[in-house]
Design a protein around this ligand. Sequence first.
Ligand code: GLY
Length: 304
Amino acid sequence: MKHVIHHLGGRGGERTLVVHGGAGDVAPERRPLHAAGCLRAAREGARVLAEGGSALDAVERAVRVLEDDPLFNAGTGACLNEEGRVELDASIMEGRGLRAGAVCALAGFAAPIAIARAALEDGRHVLYAAHGAARFAREKGFSPVDEAALVTEAARAALAAAQQGQPATSWAGGTVGAVARDASGLTAAATSTGGMVNKRVGRVGDSPIVGAGTYADDEAGAVSTTGHGEGMIRLAVARSAVERMRAGSGAAEAARAIIAHLSERLGMTGGVIAIDREGRFGLSRSTATMSWAAAGDWGEESGV
Ligand code: GLY
């Protein structure tokens, strides 16, 4: 099946941050809510940049806002696995030293992106899984939360619909993510998700996989992905899009081309946001919706 690819780009600026709120099919009446949630996150991230914070700090902050917003499939409000449990995936990367940190199949913590950042800073390993990720989080001073506090009525309804073979309505789908460039030219990307509704226990998607869900390289740009994680992993979508920018594509064209490739090569859908080393940004989706927002020293934009 051939999917229609929607894409757009923006000129951005020296300090620019872009977020996405997940590729999916949000009901028309709920789309403004999702765009507003993305704009809140983008403004928070842009404020970090304006105050002299790094692109890494900015993407972590923006993703944290989206994790805390129950509208989105990450942190609080994340989708549920086949047993009705929350298992979270997240990763973060900076493009100068190519440092990265990630957690996957993590239960009982509200802010996996902060734990991924702690892994990046710790530097010994890139990716921590399941109980090892929870142990690492506790060792770094993060407090576990009652899992019930992360579960929303919308997530329960989406699971019930999936288990009855019905499409979920008003569900963000995807994942959340952010990419940024700061005034020093540092690029960064971060991605966080509950994964897929009704996923098997232990299933890990693209979001915590460096190169699939998240990638940043100051020599080229930064990318965060959303959508069908199995396809994103098989095509190493984030790194592939960054390599398109390294080869000379603009962020918008790199975003368009990789989502077209996902459709043509694997017949799968998804979306990406991208930023190049000059701060120009692009986004692309083959799904019905992907809420997004961009903000920086040049202004702000948002859409679905
Ligand atoms: N892209 C999110 C997932 O498939 O887990």
